[in-house]
Design a protein around this ligand. Structure first.
Ligand code: HEC
Ligand code: HEC
Ligand code: HEC
Ligand code: HEC
Length: 117
């Protein structure tokens, strides 16, 4: 009786733990922009919530929170002065956790890993 009570409570505990973990385990992919909207609204990136024509204002906003390309890792550094963040991390087209690829611009088979190694 004691053993089975223990077993029951262990099972109950495991079920609770599974329940507590399930939102993480089954989380839907979330758009990169949406994750930022939850922090600061559209205004996190857009002036008065409206997209700019050239993306320069948005690029300033990225850098104000994350720092400049120069200040980041070896994947980012060589693109200082060449690219804006959204050229690789399209906030409305990519999800949190997506890693940008290189082959849309470089055709020599380089990858983030080959640079960071
Ligand atoms: C993480 C920063 C970020 C957030 C937050 C964000 N956007 Fe954007 N959005 C961008 C970037 C970068 C672009 C592309 C650059 C540009 O052309 O302005 C863009 C483009 C757009 C465009 C133009 C779409 C297109 O295909 O050209 C619209 C419309 C837009 N955003 C609306 C919104 C709205 C509405 C919100 C809030 C619900 C929002 N954005 C939140 C970064 C963001
Ligand atoms: C040349 C394409 C490229 C550009 C431009 C770029 N990134 Fe990245 N970014 C990547 C790649 C690839 C990774 C994943 C590998 C790594 O960690 O460097 C990454 C990783 C990240 C991460 C870490 C996300 C994670 O998975 O932990 C952040 C944050 C980030 N970038 C922000 C930015 C910001 C902010 C800018 C602009 C200042 C920017 N990136 C510009 C390609 C790019
Ligand atoms: C208001 C501050 C703020 C602004 C503006 C901002 N970010 Fe972020 N961003 C964050 C925070 C906070 C996180 C979550 C912690 C982290 O991963 O660094 C994050 C996370 C990220 C990640 C990692 C997501 C993942 O896969 O884990 C990327 C990539 C990123 N931001 C790109 C951008 C880009 C591109 C822009 C501009 C278009 C931008 N951010 C603007 C604060 C900001
Ligand atoms: C949106 C286009 C674009 C993407 C995507 C991109 N790059 Fe670049 N990259 C450039 C441009 C533009 C330059 C500067 C001109 C040049 O040197 O070719 C450059 C230069 C570089 C350089 C320095 C010059 C060289 O060729 O050695 C490295 C290193 C580099 N990129 C690595 C990467 C890696 C790694 C990735 C994938 C994570 C990547 N790039 C994704 C556009 C891009």
């Amino acid at each position: 009786m004691i053993v089975s009570n223990k077993l029951l409570s262990a099972l109950f505990g495991a079920a609770l733990a599974a329940l507590a973990l399930s939102p993480v385990a089954t989380a839907e992919p979330q758009e990169l922009a949406e994750m930022h909207v939850e922090m600061d609204g559209c205004e996190a990136c857009h002036e008065d919530g409206e997209p700019s024509a050239d993306g320069a204002f948005e690029f300033e906003q990225c850098q104000s929170c994350h720092g400049t390309l120069d200040e980041m890792d070896a994947v980012h550094q060589p693109h200082e002065g060449n690219l804006m963040c959204a050229d690789c991390h399209a906030p409305h087209d990519m999800n949190v956790g997506d890693k940008p690829t290189c082959d849309s611009c470089h055709d020599d088979g380089r990858t983030p890993e080959s640079i960071l190694k």
